[in-house]
Write a protein that binds this ligand. Sequence first.
Ligand code: GUN
Length: 287
Amino acid sequence: MTAVVLDGRALAARVRARVREEARAAGVVPSLAVVIVGEDPASRLYVRNKTRAAAEAGFREQTIALSADTSEAALLSVVRRLNDDPGVDGILVQLPLPPQIRPQAVIEAIDPAKDVDGFHPLNAGRLAIGKPALVPCTPKGVMTMLREAGVPVAGARALVLGRSTIVGRPMAALLTLADATVTLAHSRTRDLATECRRAEILIAAVGRAELVRGDWVAPGAAVIDVGINRTGEGRLVGDVAFAEALPRAGWISPVPGGVGPMTIASLLENTLAAALARRGGAVGSAA
Ligand code: GUN
């Protein structure tokens, strides 16, 4: 068996076109504000990709670029200004932040109704109890990939590798809501290979280049690779040894061109949901 390779670029393009059309049909121009602190080239590129996608969807967008020596108080005052601006629907503060700024203080300062990253404790808590919420973009994009590929989720044994608040924990919550039987594995998990081999759905989000070997993959499993790692030779690879896993998996997402583009598509979905909710529509969705 050779796996179906999940084309995240193509699917993300379809999602983005649908978001653009939904906003147009609703007569809404969602507005996204992205805040970046410092000069990290990777973060700058991510932010450019996010705002460009927002513009292409017909959204209004602004980038607020602050110097690396910005104080926490100064960043909090920018966040409060965006909270109070009725012309802003979605606020995203790009992570990581410089060491003088506590990320949790910033996340908790964002108006939960504008929290298009879904990182605020109110949204995280609502997701955890299965109530409508703005949901973190990467796990939301993974759920879209699974759904569009027709991967059976209800009743499936799912393993989430990595317990970060950005990916692993919300991923486990979303799979639980979709009726999978979920194991959340991490750096202290004993015998990771055996856990992986039991999984019908394997989500790798640990940031360790090619940690998951081909013989860790159950025949026919859906393998979603959230990792983006650069090898010593400068190659971009995921958390899964793709070439080894390809002949065993049922479905597999590549790196690059898999989950990455879906994260941005989900951000547009969240921004539209926030815009509609702020105009009196539904309060986001938990999927
Ligand atoms: N840095 C890496 N991923 C993300 C993300 O999804 N949102 C934000 N705000 N920063 C990130």
